[in-house]
Design a protein around this ligand. Structure first.
Ligand SMILES: O=C(O)CCC(=O)C(=O)O
Ligand SMILES: [Mn+2]
Length: 213
């Protein structure tokens, strides 16, 4: 099943989440808000983030070996939060003015608050992210994760951990998706690689870190 939303909103303030129904009916809370940044702002954000963010090569464990991925990542937050995943620990850099502005907009639209952001830079469709859930011990249990896309449109997939049911969403330039409640406990998600996309995409996932000052 693929969900598409052509709802275009340039100046979207907090919108009750029931306006954007839960796109996964079972064991999850996932809202797709569609495009929340105009194409012009999205392109400007993309360029500023591409050049102004401290992008680093990410590590992944494949067949038990630590390898560098082609995808780049960055970790920013309200404090020098540690975030440990795939055997590596990152220390958050302080928000840039643009990231703070974007965070404010995401908080306005979702009605949630966030204190950190994990960012991914996919150079083209050959780069993606494998099946996983975001439930590390550093994250608020059942906390909302808001995922913003700038650049290339990509398919994003969910898979139920028990039933294996799959749901796909198309993540458009300037669009926002929020996962909350039991989603990470019962579902995995991934960004599948594709030969159909040759341009880059930046993804920002706003999160809440707990038990760190
Ligand atoms: O790029 C995406 O849309 C997904 C990123 C993701 O799942 C993550 O950073 O945990
Ligand atoms: Mn994730």
């Amino acid at each position: 099943m693929t969900i598409q939303n052509k709802h275009v909103t340039q100046d979207m303030f907090h919108v009750p989440s029931e306006t954007f129904p839960n796109i996964i009916s079972k064991d999850a809370l996932v809202h797709y808000y569609g495009i929340v940044f105009s194409q012009r702002s999205s392109n400007a954000c993309f360029n500023e983030l591409l050049n102004g963010i401290s992008w680093q090569q990410d590590q992944a464990i494949i067949f038990g070996k630590n390898i560098n991925t082609k995808r780049k990542v960055a970790w920013y937050g309200s404090s020098a939060y540690k975030y440990t995943y795939s055997n590596t620990t990152k220390l958050a850099l302080p928000w840039t003015p643009l990231l703070l502005q974007i965070k404010g907009k995401v908080e306005q639209v979702t009605g949630e608050t966030f204190n950190a952001c994990l960012m991914n830079l996919y150079h083209d469709g050959s780069e993606g992210m494998a099946w996983h859930s975001d439930a590390e011990k550093d994250l608020k249990p059942n906390g909302a994760i808001a995922s913003l896309t700038f650049g290339a449109e990509r398919k994003f997939s969910f898979k139920h951990k028990v039933t294996q049911e799959k749901i796909d969403v198309l993540l458009e330039n300037g669009s926002l998706l929020m996962m909350a409640g039991p989603t990470q406990t019962h579902w995995m998600h991934r960004l599948p690689p594709t030969t159909k996309v040759s341009s880059p995409r930046i993804n920002l996932t706003f999160r809440t870190i707990i038990n760190q000052c």
